[in-house]
Design a protein around this ligand. Structure first.
Ligand code: SAM
Length: 395
């Protein structure tokens, strides 16, 4: 087996993000064969997998297909898996993790299927090399991922290992932080490209502002991470990876470079601990110099009139009844803030509670569906006209 062998690559993402993911994949020069609710497929080799891991903002994992076969019994699963040339992929000195999703009437226990796959792999390597890799649950080394649905089975190399959406900068979380990939998807959905002022009142741990700063400065997100599962396979080409990283680093626009004059990014929160956490996280991500932080009520967040700002808010959306009552007033105040202080801007509210969304009291120009884990959410868009149009928010 070779690093240049071409096969199906499945890029997975959170439910609802595949449209944005598809745009990201196409912007990297790949053509997408198909997309579904939680992923998109392309054809490519392991170098393409490296590139996708390095550049994508909204993906979870990059899976490289090793084999696809008809499978009815655990014995067939073992036989087909053992027929793959694992000794060309995994060294006996490595550590192997097998994960799977099983939707077949043949067996109920996913662990049992994973065990069969693991046995097939290590038995094959033992037979060829007279030694076998250790195995377990850690996803920091070689990861093999299986999907067995009815009578079809797919065996992938999970080239990412841990989700690539975990960017490693959020050392200080606070209540209900957004996953980095979801925050990036929200920012990309607003059409933000770094040329407009970006304002994040209620910033919490700063995820939206940090993802915006990464986008504005063309920072390649994978540069923040040192370890990927593909590095632990025998097919890994380290010089090619270092070259890719160097080229990606050149794309980043650093402060001080004459051509990079970002519009302001402002992040505020009423909780000083949240602002401290956001500042620390931004520092870890290397973008703290691009964000102005402030402790204040959201309504006191400075918004320059008629500057075409994008304002993105992620208020709590309380899942319990008592909390919802309290939050109704907050959502009403957000509507007042948009109307009275944000003329000439576009406001967005990310919420998982449509009833609270109605308390904003302004007409939405779009309601964009998203999922936050399993919760169905909406990104509500409000267009605020400038003073000359008497701040009527409708389009
Ligand atoms: C759901 S969290 C935001 C999480 C954030 N998106 C993240 O990824 O970490 C909501 C935030 O709103 C803040 N907040 C609540 N009421 C506020 C107010 N009146 N003014 C400003 N911030 C407020 C809270 O302190 C909390 O940090």
């Amino acid at each position: 087996m070779n690093t240049t062998d071409r096969n199906t690559i499945m890029v997975t993402c959170a439910k609802g993000l595949s449209g944005i993911l598809r745009g990201e994949i196409e912007a990297l020069g790949f053509s997408v064969n198909s997309a579904h609710e939680t992923g998109a497929q392309i054809t490519g080799d392991l170098y393409d997998c490296m590139k996708l891991n390095l550049h994508l903002r909204t993906a979870f994992n990059v899976l490289y297909l090793l084999k696809h076969f008809d499978c009815r019994t655990p014995d067939q699963l073992y036989k087909h898996t053992a027929a793959l040339p694992w000794e060309e992929i995994i060294s006996p000195e490595e550590y192997l993790c097998v994960i799977g999703r099983i939707e077949t009437p043949t067996i109920e226990n996913t662990m049992f299927a994973n065990l069969k796959i693991k046995d097939a792999i290590v038995d094959r390597i033992m037979q060829k090399e007279d030694a076998r890799p250790d195995s377990g649950k850690e996803r920091d080394n070689v990861v093999v991922q299986a999907y067995w649905k009815n009578e079809k089975c797919w065996i992938y190399l999970n080239t990412s290992g841990r989700k690539i959406s975990d960017r490693n900068y959020r050392k200080m979380p606070c209540a209900a932080p957004l996953r980095e990939s979801l925050a990036a998807a929200i920012i990309l959905t607003t059409g933000y490209d770094g040329s407009q002022p970006l304002i994040c009142p209620m910033c919490g741990s700063g995820t939206l502002a940090i993802e915006a700063a990464l986008i504005a400065s063309h920072r390649v997100p994978g540069l923040m991470r040192a370890n990927y599962a593909f590095m632990h396979t025998l097919l890994y080409d380290d010089p090619a990876w270092q070259q890719m990283r160097t080229e990606a680093g050149k794309q980043s626009k650093k402060r001080g470079k004459a051509e990079f004059k970002p519009a302001p990014i402002i992040a505020t929160d009423i909780d000083p601990d949240a602002v401290r956490a956001a500042q620390k996280n931004a520092m870890t991500a290397g973008v703290e110099h691009l964000i102005d932080f402030k402790v204040c009520d959201f309504a006191e967040t400075p918004v320059e009139p008629d500057a075409g700002s994008i304002i993105v808010m992620n208020p709590e959306y309380g899942m319990r009844l008592g909390e919802t009552k309290e939050l109704e007033e907050t959502y009403g105040r957000i509507g007042d803030f948009f109307k009275q202080k944000c003329a000439g801007s576009t406001g967005y509210i990310f919420t998982g509670n449509p009833q609270l969304g109605k308390k904003v009291g302004l007409r939405t120009s779009r309601k964009i569906p998203f999922y936050n884990a399993t919760i169905e959410c909406r990104l509500l868009k409000y267009k605020m006209y400038s003073g000359t149009r008497k701040n009527k928010n409708h389009e």
